[in-house]
Every structure is written in structure tokens, then in C-alpha cells.
Design a protein around this ligand. Structure first.
Ligand code: F6P
Length: 364
């Protein structure tokens, strides 16, 4: 089918590599299919409130090394359940899906590319079920989407965490301290595990393996007795102690998003350890530095491959699918098959085994 006009939006939390996708979609749609490209602004909010602009090749010049997304994003813009405060200050939800569909039709798009994580892709699927031609492009630093081997943004986040560990190593070793690095990873510990392995961590705590504090202390004592009081601990924000829930922040601003904000487990463990061991403990929370900044080449290439394949899929009339990396190839996966499933680290996987084989304590 010929492509006349296509749209693209970026939704959910940002990550490095989004601009590589926008650039690839724009360039290939224009160069290969002579299509017009419309950038929907601020994720699905742009579809609800009709905010968009035309993208040209010139608009995507020099954006490959840029972090973030030139289209803007939000993780609170679900058109089916849009959360907003009413005049009295109470939180309400409103269904803007019909308004979004009308805006979509007015734009006369042959296809809308939704670049996002689980939440954004599910919204895309709901619109597809309502008859709109949607194609998903998977992103998340957490690497926790099913159907794809990697999401772009992940490798960059791991590198940021690995660099931080290299820095914490020298200061921690000089002071003979226990250094804790809290990294992102809500329900999946991929960042923590790979950053920890690459950054020489002695302990890695991830959401999939509830940790036993005694095991962590055992590891630290062993190192101390072996002549090294310094220990490097990586903890994913979603990590939890055996029998306990993940540590959450009650920040009011997150109520608009409708998801619980995690964070604080690094300091929680720092306090637990300080009470039990005669060593200084320091915690660094890496936070959103893992999401910002220049993408690694891997994420730029993956984003470019996904973007160009997505445009081809649209020309082939393949909708309701997501483009995905599987065994080095970009394949098409039905959006239906994602169904909100989180791809966690399998607790007895080779990667986990690799960590334990070199003596890393996983808190079990
Ligand atoms: O899903 C990616 C992620 O980075 C999570 O690891 C983290 O919990 C979340 O986004 C934080 O998102 P935000 O602060 O933008 O709400």
C-alpha cells in the first residue's frame, strides 16, 4: 500500500534512543515512500488535545546524539482513563478515547507509530481494536518487555550505571566503605544485574530475588576478614527484603500518573547495614541519569532498525503489531501477545548463574 501520511508519538518515560527512532521513521517514510510525517506532541496527550506538527528531514538533523525526545512525552496521558484534578481539587478520570479517534481521523493518518513501553503499547492496542492502524515500537530502559530480546535505551542505562560503579569503586576503596548504588528497575532487575556484573559489584539485589539481609552481611564480613572492608552493592529500586514489599515514595505528584513511585531501598539498606556492621555506608541514587543523555551506538542502531522496519510494516499493511529484535533480526509481534506481561530476570537463568559463579552475592 502507498503511504501518504503517517504519525508518530513517544509515550511513557523517556529513554536514550527515542530520537534515533523519530529520525529513522521520518527519513524512511519520506525517502522511501514520499509520505508526509506528523509528529504528535507529548505522547497520547497530543492526540487527545490535537497538538502536533509536521516533521521534515531537516527537523531530524543532528538529533541522533540527543537524549530525550524532540516530540515530548508524558506518562500520565492515557486517553481511556485520563487523570486530572477537577475544580475542587479531587482526582478524576475521564475517557477521551472518542475525541482522540476523531482527531486521528481528521489528521487522515495511514498509520500511527507509538513508541513506548508496556503502558503506551497497550493503549496503542486498544485503539487498534477500535479500528485505528497502529504499530508499536518498544522502548524502556528496564528491558522488561516480552516479545523482544532488547529494548533500546537499556544498554545506555546499563552503561551509565556501570560508569557510576567504576567511580564508586575508587572512592569506596580509598575510604574502606560500603558503597550502595540504587538503580532503576521496577519489576525487573536487568539493569542492576548487568551493571553489577560489568561494574564489579560484590552484591546485586534485584526484584526477582527477595534478599536476606543476613546473606548480604555474610558477604561483607567475608570480604572484611579477607582484608577488604570495601564492598560495592547494586540494588534495583524494586528490590525487596524477604517477606516485605518494595519501598515506595508517597509523592503526591505521582497520583496523576496512577502508578506508585518506587525509590528509597538503597538508603533503607544503608540504614539496615549501618546498624549491624562497624563500617561506614554510603548510598548513591542514580535515578533519572539512567534515562537521559547521549545514547550508545547500540541503542541508536536498534532504534534506527526498529523505525525503518516499522515504516515498511505500515506499507505492507501490517497493523496491530510491534517491531521487535529477535535473534539479531527485526520481526513483527502481535501487540495482543504482550498483554501487560513483565519480562523479569529468570531466577535460575544463565546470567544469574554467571553472577553467582564469580562470587557475587544475590542476597539468597
Ligand atoms: O519504566 C522505566 C522507569 O525508568 C522505571 O525504572 C522507573 O520506576 C520509572 O521509569 C520512573 O518513571 P518516572 O519517574 O518518569 O515516573
Amino acid at each position: 500500500m502507498s503511504l501518504k501520511r503517517i504519525g508518530i508519538l513517544t509515550g511513557g518515560g523517556d529513554c536514550s534512543g527515542l530520537n534515533a527512532v523519530i529520525r529513522a521513521v521520518t527519513r524512511s517514510a519520506i525517502i522511501k515512500y514520499e509520505a508526509e510525517v506528523i509528529g504528535i506532541e507529548e505522547g497520547f496527550e497530543g492526540l487527545i488535545f490535537d497538538r502536533h506538527r509536521k516533521l521534515t528531514i531537516a527537523d531530524t538533523k543532528d538529533i541522533l546524539p540527543l537524549g530525550g525526545t524532540i516530540l515530548g512525552t508524558t506518562n500520565k496521558g492515557d486517553p481511556f482513563e485520563y487523570r486530572e484534578f477537577d475544580k475542587e481539587g479531587s482526582l478524576t478520570t475521564k475517557d477521551y478515547s472518542q475525541q482522540s479517534i476523531e482527531n486521528f481521523k481528521r489528521l487522515e493518518l495511514d498509520c500511527l507509530f507509538v513508541v513506548g513501553g508496556d503502558g503506551t503499547l497497550q493503549i496503542g492496542y486498544r485503539f487498534f481494536q477500535k479500528g485505528l492502524p497502529m504499530i508499536g515500537i518498544p522502548k524502556t530502559i528496564d528491558n522488561d518487555l516480552v516479545g523482544t530480546d532488547y529494548t533500546f535505551g537499556y544498554q545506555t542505562a546499563v552503561q551509565v550505571a556501570c560508569d557510576a560503579l567504576d567511580r564508586l569503586q575508587t572512592t569506596g576503596e580509598s575510604h574502606h566503605r560500603i558503597m550502595i548504588l540504587e538503580v532503576m528497575g521496577r519489576e525487573a532487575g536487568w539493569i542492576g544485574l548487568e551493571a553489577g556484573i560489568s561494574g564489579g559489584a560484590h552484591v546485586i539485589l534485584i526484584p526477582e530475588i527477595p534478599y536476606d539481609l543476613e546473606k548480604v552481611l555474610e558477604k561483607i564480613h567475608l570480604r572484611k576478614e579477607g582484608g577488604s572492608p570495601f564492598s560495592l552493592i547494586v540494588v534495583a529500586e524494586g528490590a525487596k527484603e524477604v517477606g516485605k514489599e518494595a519501598i515506595t515514595s508517597e509523592a503526591a505528584s505521582t497520583r496523576l500518573q496512577g502508578v506508585v513511585q518506587l525509590g528509597g531501598v538503597g538508603n533503607y539498606i544503608a540504614n539496615q547495614l549501618s546498624d549491624r556492621i562497624n563500617l561506614e555506608v554510603r548510598c548513591t541514587v542514580l535515578g533519572h541519569t539512567q534515562r537521559g543523555g547521549t545514547p550508545l551506538a547500540f541503542d541508536r542502531v536498534l532504534g534506527t532498525r526498529l523505525g525503518t522496519r516499522a515504516v515498511e510494516a505500515a506499507a505492507e499493511g501490517e497493523f496491530g503489531i510491534m517491531v521487535a529484535l529477535k535473534a539479531q533480526e527485526i520481526v513483527l509481534v502481535p501487540l495482543e501477545s504482550l498483554a501487560g506481561i513483565v519480562r523479569q530476570v529468570p531466577v535460575n537463568s544463565q546470567l544469574v548463574g554467571t553472577a553467582e559463579s564469580i562470587g557475587i552475592c544475590l542476597g539468597r
